[in-house]
Design a protein around this ligand. Structure first.
Ligand SMILES: [Zn+2]
Length: 50
């Protein structure tokens, strides 16, 4: 589970694995492409390299 700021909800939304559309591993970290329950699509950046 992870939480994102959804502009369509106008609040913080908790998303789960089923909301993830694509995961990208980059040098800047892990980009998780998600789709909110309202249809908003965005990218959540996690796992920044130390
Ligand atoms: Zn939303």
């Amino acid at each position: 589970m992870f939480s994102i700021e959804c502009p369509q909800h106008g609040t913080t939304v908790l998303l789960g694995l089923s909301d993830i559309r694509q995961i990208e591993n980059t040098s800047a970290g892990i980009h998780v492409h998600y789709e909110c329950s309202c249809g908003h699509k965005g990218v959540w950046l996690t796992g920044r390299s130390r």
